[in-house]
Design a protein. Sequence first.
Lengths: 358, 256
Amino acid sequence: MRFDYLTSYRQDFALLRHPADRAAYGMLAAALLAAPMVVSAYGLGELSYVLILCIAAMGLMVLTGFTGQVSLGHASFVAIGAYGHAYALSQGVPFILSLPLAAGLAALAGLAVGVPAIRVSGLYLAMVTLAFAIVVEQLAGMWRAVTGGYMGLAVPPPELFGLPLGGATGFYYACLAVTAMVLIGLVNLMRSGIGRAFRGVRDSEAAAHALGIRVRAVRIAAFGLSAGITGLAGGLMAHHLGYLTPDAFSLVLSLDLVLMVVIGGLGSLRGAILGAVLISMLPNAVAALKAILPDSLARQSGLELFVSGLILVLFVLFEPQGLNGRWLKLRLLVETFPLYRRDTFRRQKSYMRSERNR
Amino acid sequence: MSAPSELLVLDRVSLHFGGLAAITDLSLSVREGEILAVIGPNGAGKTSMLNLVTRVFDPSGGRILFRGRDISRLPRAAIASLGIARTFQNIELFEAASVLDNLLLGRHRFGAGAWWQQLLRTPGLVAIEEAHRARVEEVIEFLDLSPWRRASVATLPYGVRKVVELGRALCAEPALLFLDEPASGLNPEETRDLGFWIEDIRSELGITVVMIEHDMGLVGAVADRVICMAQGRVLAQGSAAEVQADPEVVAAYLGT
């Protein structure tokens, strides 16, 4: 068992308070940095893709996990980021400027969706975002001058100050750097006033109003921030794909992102990353599974969809806190062994909330 | 014009929902530094009155003056910055957040640094967070919440949640504090503690308290003045004993 003895608030603010934490995260960082030395070019490409999905999942987590607004259309912000980035590159804008530009464009689109979306919540909000995603996908197909339509748009290879980033290693490091920056920035935001306001709006609007939080402004800002980060992921995704067609940003991608944040555990950035890693490895896992399944099962179409659906159902039933919740429980089990109580995380009965003034 | 000692004045305020009159021509005043209890049968308009002051509803008529300024048209989020805080009848805490986060959110009106400071967590921001934390710890000390500091609200028993909500309102350092049925659902011991806290909130922190309460034991113990409402208007006011003895009040509670 471990008891913290803190003598200042600054000690309490530290993210990695214990030597063991620092060692674990240091080893993770070292492993990620050293990966190009041991992993093949194909493996690096897959790793880069996982990192890109991590960024996109963190973007959706800001919206769904922290402000409680559901979005079934986040693939549209990935698409806006990807097409915006590719278009800017083709116009001669350098990579280092074009990526933030694409993120900004997606953020503006997010604000535009957020303004009407604050009037609705829950299922209706999901419908609004779904409709927006359909519009964006159609637009990407029709607006040939910019997007190349269904014929597709070739993405120029990335370049940083004249250094080519097109190779697997260079692009992997670019993805890793962006992921790290987004993660650190979001961790800082979510434990400061903005993050607290997000969670306040999610858990009780009535109380948020009474404490002076401008609920509508916070909700719209969350949409913009979330869309911007997702757009950033889109910009990197453009390079990963190399060739953009509208069907790369279909409803399936939106649903995958939702799966990631729900399975990862709503309301935690660690959850977004764990979820993204799990879901992005799923196709490979299912391919491996096919090898050992009897032929009649392995040749069924939609096996992958079935497996991801099954995982979602199992998580909702047995671990609503997602991978992050499971992680926290395991960690507490190890830290407090053998005094761990199974009911530590059990929720008390939730009390009636009538008279909610929304 | 209101005398300077009157913190809050409701001047012939009314509230209609369509044809339903929740409050009609309600006039009352809250004096600086007092503990005022509002009692009345269900549906008397007590909580509606509170919701009018905190701008949840737009009044259909009349004026609401806080320190002589009409606040009846202000945006809802502006009320906190005036120094008006409230609790809710059916606890409105941020359930998935920790007690600390709930209390820190109480300090929202004092600002938490610019967005870029928060993004980069600059030394200036850490200093701001430290100052907020120190004030929150004072409230934790005052209300004996230290065992629960890191607990998520969803895991707390009901009585503690009530105290956390009171603490969150105190973190906003209000001049005027509304408590909507603070003792409902508390056991006698918790209610007695609450009574002491309410007296301390007035005498030590200098906060004017208006509480809507049914527990006449608590009302009699702490309130300087009692207002009885029924059917959207003031029926009687005075000391707890006077109001309880008023024949109109007795009739309103028992029916005629």
